[in-house]
Design a protein around this ligand. Structure first.
Ligand code: AP5
Length: 218
C-alpha cells in the first residue's frame, strides 16, 4: 500500500501515520522527522534546513526531494509506505511521480486530512515530543502518563521550536500558499480522498481504515 498523507500542519498526519504503519506493516516516511534527525546530528543538510524549519518555512525542494529519493531506494520499502508531509509543493509532487515511475511503483491514494484552523492551533500549541524516541504527546488531548516525562523512555518532553505562535502562523500561511494547491493537483488525477480529522484520534483512525480498505491487499 503506497499512500501520501496531505494536510495542514497539526492536523494529525503523523499520529495517524504511526498507527497505520504499525497496523498495516508499512513504513512511515516523514520528511519532518528526517529533517529533524539531520538537525540533531548537525549534518550539513541539517544545518541548512534548521533556519527554514525554525521560521516555519519550507526547506528547498531540491533538499527534500533528494531525501525522499534516497529513502525510496531502500528495499525495506517494498511492502509499502506512507509519505507523511511530502510532497508539499507541486514540484515535489512531480518529482515524486517521476521517482515512482522509475521504480514502477503505483501511488494508491492521497489522503487529505481536514481540521478547522482553531483546532489546529490548539493541537500544535499543546504538542510535546520526546527528544530521545520522538514519541508525540499533547498536554490535553494525549498527555504522557508520566507528566512531563516520556512514557516510553522517561526523557523530559520538549516543545518543538516551530510550535511557537509566530512559527505556527507562518506554517499555516505557507501551507495555504504552497501546499494547498496539491489538493486540486491530486483531485484532478482522481487520487484524492478527504478525511474529516476533527474528532478523537481513535475516531479519525476508524474513518481512515474505511477509506483505506480497498487498498489494503492491493
Ligand atoms: P513536519 O514535521 O512535517 O510538520 P507539519 O506538516 O507542520 O506537521 P506536524 O508534524 O506539525 O503535524 P501533524 O499533522 O503530523 O500532526 P501530529 O500528528 O504531530 O515539518 C516540519 C518542518 O520541516 C516544516 O515546517 C518544513 O520546514 C520542513 N519540511 C518537512 N517536510 C517538508 C517538505 N516536504 N518540503 C519542505 N519542507 C519540509 O499532531 C499534532 C498534535 O495534535 C499532537 O500533539 C497530537 O498528539 C495531537 N493530535 C493528533 N491527532 C489528534 C486528534 N485527533 N485529536 C486531538 N489531538 C490530536
Amino acid at each position: 500500500m503506497q499512500l501520501v498523507f496531505l494536510g495542514a500542519p497539526g492536523v494529525g498526519k503523523g499520529t495517524q501515520a504511526d498507527k497505520v504503519s504499525v497496523q498495516y506493516g508499512v513504513v512511515k516516511i516523514s520528511t519532518g522527522d528526517l529533517l529533524r534527525e539531520a538537525v540533531r546530528n548537525r549534518t550539513t543538510l541539517g544545518l541548512e534546513a534548521k533556519s527554514y524549519m525554525d521560521q516555519g518555512k519550507l526547506v528547498p525542494d531540491s533538499v527534500v526531494i533528494g531525501l525522499v529519493r534516497d529513502k525510496l531506494a531502500d528495499p525495506g520499502y517494498a511492502k509499502g509506505f506512507i509519505l507523511d508531509g511530502f510532497p508539499r509543493t507541486v514540484p515535489q509532487a512531480e518529482a515524486l511521480a517521476g521517482v515512482l515511475d522509475e521504480r514502477r511503483v503505483r501511488l494508491d491514494r492521497v489522503i487529505n486530512f481536514q481540521v478547522p484552523r482553531t483546532e489546529i492551533v490548539k493541537r500544535l500549541s499543546g504538542r510535546r515530543s520526546c527528544p530521545k524516541c520522538q514519541a508525540t504527546y499533547h498536554v490535553k488531548f494525549a498527555p504522557s502518563k508520566k507528566g512531563i516525562l516520556c512514557d516510553r523512555c522517561d526523557e523530559a518532553l520538549v516543545q518543538r521550536s516551530d510550535d511557537q505562535p509566530e512559527a505556527i502562523e507562518t506554517r499555516l500561511k505557507v501551507y495555504e500558499e504552497q501546499t494547498a494547491p496539491l489538493i486540486n493537483y491530486y483531485a484532478a488525477k482522481n487520487m484524492l480522498s478527504h478525511l474529516d480529522s476533527a474528532g478523537s484520534v481513535d475516531s479519525v483512525y476508524d474513518n481512515l481504515t474505511k477509506v483505506l480498505a480497498p487498498y489494503r491487499s492491493a
